[in-house]
Design a protein around this ligand. Sequence first.
Ligand SMILES: N[C@@H](CCSC[C@H](N)C(=O)O)C(=O)O
Length: 924
Amino acid sequence: MTTPPTPSDSASLATSIFSLPQKGRTEAEQRLARSANWRFSTLCAAVDTKDQYGASSTPIYQTATFKGMDGQYDYTRSGNPTRGGLESHLARLYGATQTFALSTGMTCLDMILRLVKPGETILAGDDLYGGTNRLLTYLGTHGGIDVRHVDTTRVEELLPHLGPGNKVKAVLLESPTNPLLKIADIRNISKAVKAGSPAALVIVDNTMMSPYLQRPLELGADIVYDSATKYLSGHHDLMAGIIAVADPDIAKSIAYLINSVGSGLAPFDSFLLLRGIKTMSIRMDRQLLTAQLVATYLDELGFLTHYPGLKRHPKYDIHWSQASGAGAVLSFVTGDKAMSERIVGGTRLWGISVSFGAVNSLISMPCLMSHASISAAVRAERGLPENLIRLCCGIEDPRDLIDDLEHALLAAGAIVPDHSYEAVSRHASEEIYNHDPDAWILERARAYTRPKGTDMEKLVKGVQAGLGLGDVERKTIKSDIVVSAPGKVILFGEHAVVHGVSAVATSVDLRCFGVLSPRSDSKVALEVPDLNVEAEWDISALPWNLLPVHIDGSRRVADKELDPPLLAAIESLITSNDVANPAIGSQLAFLYLYMVISAKESNAPSGTFTASSNLPIGAGLGSSAAYSTCIASALLLAHNHIDNPALGESFSSSGPGISPGDTDLIDGWAFLSEKVLHGNPSGIDNAVSVRGGAVSFTRSVGGRKGGLETLNGFSSVRLLLTDTHVPRDTKSLVAGVAAKRLAEPALVDSTFDSIQSISDEARGLLGGQSHVGRDRLVHRLSAMITENHQHLVTLGVSHPSLEMIVSATSAEPFNLSTKLTGAGGGGCAVTLIPDDFPDTELDSLLSTLRNMGFTPHLTSLGVPGLGILSSSGSSASPSQSTDVLPTDEGNNDGMVVPKRAALREAGRDGLASWARGLGPWSYT
Ligand SMILES: N[C@@H](CCSC[C@H](N)C(=O)O)C(=O)O
C-alpha cells in the first residue's frame, strides 16, 4: 500500500501514557510481558495507569494544548494522554499493533475508506448496517469509487471480482451481519483476497461481536473497526469508534488521517469508554446467555429467528470456528409488518431504540429505524424483510425480558395459548430456571403456539380457540384511533354558578391525548402514565350480566344516569374503590363506558387505550372532562357510532369535521364519564371540552330554568395560567360561600348580582351579538376579570398565593388583569395577555412568576374542542399505526415509534408537538 507522508507528530498518536515515561519503562515492560498470558476479562479490568499521583483510574486530561516544544503531546487533535491510555489498553484487547479511538464507528469507516482512491473498487456485503450502506453509496456517487455489493457469506461470490486486472482495494465485511446475522468466513475470505488482490485490505466491522468474542486480525483481516458506542462502552452514554490494525504502515496512514481530520475521541469520552471496557466481559456474558434463551424461545415458537447461537443457523460451524460467542443481537420475522409494529409497541422492558450492546435491552424494526436509509426497493432486492424485528439483549433478568416479550407477542396476536399444554406451577418453573435455564425456556415456549394464517380474523379466532371461547366473535379495531380534547378555565361566575348565577367558561390550549390501539388477545387495557395506571382485563371476565339494557347492537346514545350495580361490579374489579383517586377513577370511567357503549360482550373490541395530558391534574382546569371526552369519542369511533373524519364521512361539504349530532352524542357520554368521576358534575367542563370555544352555563336553581349556550363569537385569546401548587378542597370552599350567604345575605346576594352582570356582559361580548372591535373586547374582558376577582375575594375564596400573582401581574410594567379560576383557595390564576403585549415583557413576567415559586403556562383560550386525527380510524391501513419522525436528512431515514408508545414517551412538554407531527386533525 502507499503510505501518505507521515508527519513527525503522528508517532504521538501511537503512544500511550504507560509506555512512555522513561522512569517507569522497565516496570511497564515487565507488566506487559506478564499480561501476555492474562485472559480477556483480566485484560479488560487491568488498565495500566501511570500518573504522577498514582491515580487508580486514568485521569481526564481535559486540555487542548500542552506546554513546551519537545514533549510527547502538543495538541489534543494530534494526541492526548487519556486517549493514548485508552488506545494502549485497547491494543491489548484487539491483539493489535495499534488501535485508534475516534468519535464514532462511522468516523472509523470514513477514515479507513480514505485509503481507497477514485477508480478503485470496494467489495462490500449485501446485508450490512444502513449507515455503512449510506457512506458507501456516497463514495460511489461522489468519490469515483466502484462499490460492489456481494453475498459475503459465500467466498465463491467474491472470487470473480478478485480475478486478473481487478482494482479491488477494500473488502468490507460484517460478521455477523446487521441485521440478518449472516456469517462471513473471515479466515477464508482473507486468504482468497490476499491471493487474488494482494493490495486489497480486508476490513471487518466487528461491532456485533466486540474483541471479546472475535478478533479478526488473528483471522487474517488487515483492519478492524468497532462502534464502541455498543458493547465496549456498554451504557449508551457516549459515542465512539475504534480502529485496530496489525501492520505498522497501515497504522501510520490511519494516524496521519486522524490527525489531519481531527476525528480522535475527546478526553472525557475516552475516560468514559475506558471505564465501560472494564466490565465488558461480565456484561456480555450475561447478555449472551439471555440472547440464547430469547432466540431459542422464538425459534421454538416457530418464528424464523436469526442468531448464530442456534444450531440450525446455516453457518453455525463457521461462526464458532472464528468467534467464541454468538453475541447478544438476534432478529426474527413475524410475516406481518403491522403485527411487528404491535409487538414492538407492546413491550415495556425492551426499549424501542436503535443501537445495541448496552446494559438495557432494546427492540427495533430495522427497516424503519437503523436501516431506513437503505431504500425500500434495495431492501427488498437484498431480502431484508420489512417486518423484521431486531432484539438486543441487555443485562436485565432474562425471566423479566421473556415475560415482557411474551406479553407483547400475545397482545399482538403473534402467539396464542396452546390449549393442550398443561402448565407447570410458578414455583416449579422457578426451580427449573434455577437448575437448567435451557430446559426452562423450552417449557415456556411449549405453552404457546403460532396461530394458523396471518389475517386478523384468523388470529382472533385463534385467540378465542386458545382461550376456550368457542364461537364468541371477538372484535378488534384495524388501526389506531387518535383523539384529543382540551381543558377549560372558568372565566367568570365560579362559586356564584352554584347559586344559579351564569358562568362563562372557555377551552384552554392544554389537552388530553388518547390512542386506542388494536390488540387481538381478547383483552382490554388502559394505560395512563401520568397517573401510573397500567391495567388490563379479560373481556370475558367483565360483569356483562349486569348490563342494564340488553339490546341488539351497541349503545349509541348515552344514558342520563349511572347504573349503580354495574358501577359497583366494575369497582370490585379494580384493586381500590377510592373513586376520588384519579388513578382509580380513570379505570372506572373507562371500563364503565367501554361496557355500556359495547352493550354486550360480543360487541366488545379488544384494544388498549392510552391517555396522557399536559393539563395539570386536579388544578381546576377540567383534566377529567378532557379525559372523559377522549374515552367517549375513541369508543364511539371504535363502534362506528360517530362518523370518522379520517374516512371522509364528514358532515360538512367544505371538508372533514365532526357534525353537531355527533358532538352532542360524544358530550352525553363524556358527561356520563364525569358522573362516574365526580358524582354530580355541572356538565360545563365536558361541554367545553367537547365543543371548544366558550360556553355560558346556568344551573337550574329554585325552579329557575338553567341551560347551556354556546358562545360563537369567541376567538382565541392569549392567557397565562399560573399554578400556585397550593392544594385546595373544593367542597369546603363551596360550603364556605354557602355559610357566608347565610350569615351575610345582603352582601353575598349583591355580590352574586354583580357577578351575574359580568357574566351577562361576557355572554353578549362573546356570543357574537355585540360587534365590538378586538381591542375593545380584550380591554373589557380584562376589566371584568379584575372586577370578578374582587367579588371572589369578597366571597372569601382567594388565597395569599393567588393575591401574590394578582399583585405581580398588575404591577408596572405589566399592568395585567388576573383572577382566580375554579374553586380558588389555591389552584390556578388566569391572566389575560392582550394581543400587543411585548414578548420581552412576557418573558420577564414568566421569570418573575417562576422566581416566586409558581408555574406559569402560556396558553390560548377559546381553542377547538374534540380533535380526531384525520389519518386515524378503525378502517385505516394498519401500517398507519406508527409515527415516522423524520431525521434532519429528510429522506426515508426515520425513526418509527408506535403511536401508543410515542404518546407514553412524549412527556407533558412533548405532547403538543407529537400530536402536530401526526398529521391533520378534524375538530368539532
Ligand atoms: N439514524 C441513525 C440510525 C443509527 S442505527 C445505529 C446502529 N448502528 C444500529 O444498527 O442500531 C443513522 O441514520 O445512522
